[in-house]
Design a protein around this ligand. Sequence first.
Ligand SMILES: NC(=O)C[C@H](N)C(=O)O
Length: 331
Amino acid sequence: MKQIANVHIIATGGTIAGRADSAAATVGYKAGELTVGQLIASVPGLDKLANLSGEQLCNIDSKDMKEAIWLQLAQRVEEAAERNDVDGIVITHGTDTLEETAYFLQLTVKTDKPIVLTGAMRPATAISADGPMNIWQSVQVAADESAKRRGVLVVMNGQINGAETVTKINVNALEAFQSPGSGAEGVIVDGKIFWQSQDITDALSANKMKFSIKNLTELPKVRIIYGYVGGDDGLFVKAALQDGARGLVYAACGNGSVPEKLAGLLKETVASGVPVAIATRCGGGVVVLSEIMTATNGFIAAGTLNPQKAKILLQLALTKTNNVKEIQKIF
Ligand SMILES: NC(=O)C[C@H](N)C(=O)O
């Protein structure tokens, strides 16, 4: 008899575990209601795909995800990945902050086993709920040898995206997640996985790059400042600094376009020892800064990372060093 893989499911809540009063409701529901056991039971034949175990870490709407929960989750994922009787891990999660959790795990969890995050856009009680198929496909990816050494993956709506590139691009559609620029790593069609990217990492060197969170009880405070017309008075920069921010991410309107009025304050911020990463609100492209902005002013270019992911990398970089040049290298 063919051996099937062992997949451990960690449930955290979200719409995938959401319940509404009516089967037609896709908005007025409560996220984080079903338990991990109920989620597993809702997918017919899942036990034939893999030997399953499950745990409930929390049961929340992911708008309420906390960095303290990330620290617990990363530890639980790593512990599960170290077990000989676990071949892959699936994490069920709300979609609103799923990309952030995925990227945090990507930067912190040392393993070469598949780690897959999934969620749903329709609550579990809806007609044509997308959760069960997403769970099925996630377990399938987590159980597959070919998904090893690909970093943390997000499986939704038949697409497999990488944690670093994926972002939620639609608030209603089932195809809510995409990787602008790079595209999906793979797709799942008719129960088969088709990889579109051959981007397999060397697990040893990838793991060496990971940040250790073992002794952390909280992450350094980093705030995102959003760029927009009329938002150049520095109010939020000053408030963030007063509140003890150890780093800032500026979500510029374009490629590194810091308004003249704000540039002075941000330069002073860097000079005072608080690093500033420049990302973009554009949703695509690579932020590349001029020599003057990096070498002279000490700004950090976020590259392809969106502001919310640049924030996570800056937080973790700050656990190692405050040195702007070092942090520029990490980015
Ligand atoms: N589709 C979803 O999962 C949205 C929900 N608000 C959540 O992030 O938990």
